[in-house]
Design a protein around this ligand. Structure first.
Ligand SMILES: Nc1ncnc2c1ncn2[C@@H]1O[C@H](COP(=O)(O)OP(=O)(O)OP(=O)(O)O)[C@@H](O)[C@H]1O
Ligand SMILES: [Mg+2]
Length: 299
């Protein structure tokens, strides 16, 4: 094994030169990304730039058109319990109680016989997760009896009980009002600490991204290549910025009012979201110590 292969195995997730096209349309282009266990990566970028596509590739729901994708040193396979996902709209079954909704995934992943044998332990475990999301007293209610924020907490517990190595969240708080959303940001940080998870979190809200993450990834189609000074639009999005965020997560939303916080948001907005501002690929803002970039040489 070469040193470079050993290096790749040190990461939980390692993507090199990953691209994804649908027919003649390239959505993602040359994605290079190395992520360590325990990181909370937030992903932002203009609408349609390929954020959800990136999550689907990591989930194994879709295959990349090119490049290498490794998880714990092995090629990423089909979807499995090691990768969980929470979407914007809660995926709860209306005819099942909250407790049964949380138990469902666990029971589906087992044979009927093992499910029956483990029923008591599973229920106790599900109740513990309900406690973590502060809904223990609602265990026997049905989804329509809960608010949107509560239902989204149940969807998070549904994913957590499968103990995924990576939890993916695609605009998980997008449908919530601002107050509930802020509570959920604090809750997800607490759960991230408690369960020692690695999280990929897509959001349209830059303030949310900078607040919850330990690292922010900006995907954008607005850039130029070395060999081509015309707009990169149509060539697919790349990671144009990769920033470490404050490592010790302050569980207070006061940080959102600081000058430093506002400045970083401005920087990200111009680097990733302004079609007029075309940064060259060699000048991408890759400040995170694990970020890297490969250039495909032109023959
Ligand atoms: N199965 C598919 N077939 C063809 N094109 C697709 C398919 N899936 C996604 N796309 C295209 O890929 C691009 C990226 O889509 P994706 O949903 O990943 O963007 P996104 O960054 O998540 O957008 P949003 O912020 O609006 O959620 C879009 O232009 C979309 O139309
Ligand atoms: Mg999306």
């Amino acid at each position: 094994m070469t040193d470079s292969e050993k290096g790749k195995n040190n990461y939980l997730l390692y993507l090199e030169d990953v691209s994804k096209s649908y027919g003649s349309k390239t959505v993602l282009n040359d994605i290079d990304l190395a992520v360590r266990q325990g990181e909370f990566c937030t992903v932002v970028g203009p609408s349609g730039c390929g954020k959800s596509t990136l999550l689907r590739l990591i989930l194994g729901q879709e295959q990349p058109t090119g490049g290498q994708m490794l998880m714990q040193g092995k090629p990423i396979g089909f979807p499995g319990p090691d990768r969980g996902i929470v979407y914007q709209r809660y995926s709860l079954f209306p005819h099942l109680s909250i407790l049964d909704n949380i138990l469902l995934g666990k029971q589906l992943s087992r044979s009927i016989l093992r499910s029956i044998r483990n029923r008591k332990n599973d229920r106790e475990e599900a109740l513990r997760y309900l406690e973590s999301i502060q809904l223990a007293e609602h265990a026997h209610k049905y989804p329509h009896q809960l608010s949107g924020g509560m239902r989204q907490r149940v969807a998070i517990a549904q994913a957590l009980i499968m103990k995924p190595t990576i939890l993916m969240m695609d605009e998980p708080f997008g449908a919530l009002d601002p107050g509930t959303r802020e509570m959920m940001q604090i809750l997800i940080l607490e759960l991230w600490e408690e369960y020692n998870m690695t999280i990929f979190f897509v959001t349209h809200d830059l303030e949310e991204a900078v607040f919850v993450g330990t690292r922010i990834l900006v995907l954008s189609q607005f850039y130029t290549h070395e060999e081509d000074y015309v707009s990169g639009t149509g060539k697919g999005a790349r990671i144009v910025a990769d920033h470490p965020l404050h490592g010790e997560k302050a569980l207070s939303t006061k940080v959102k009012t600081t000058a430093e916080f506002g400045q970083l948001i401005q920087e990200i907005r111009s680097q990733g979201f302004d079609p007029e501002y075309l940064q060259n690929a060699r000048e991408f803002n890759l400040k995170h110590p694990d970020s890297f970039i490969t250039f495909t040489e032109i023959p």
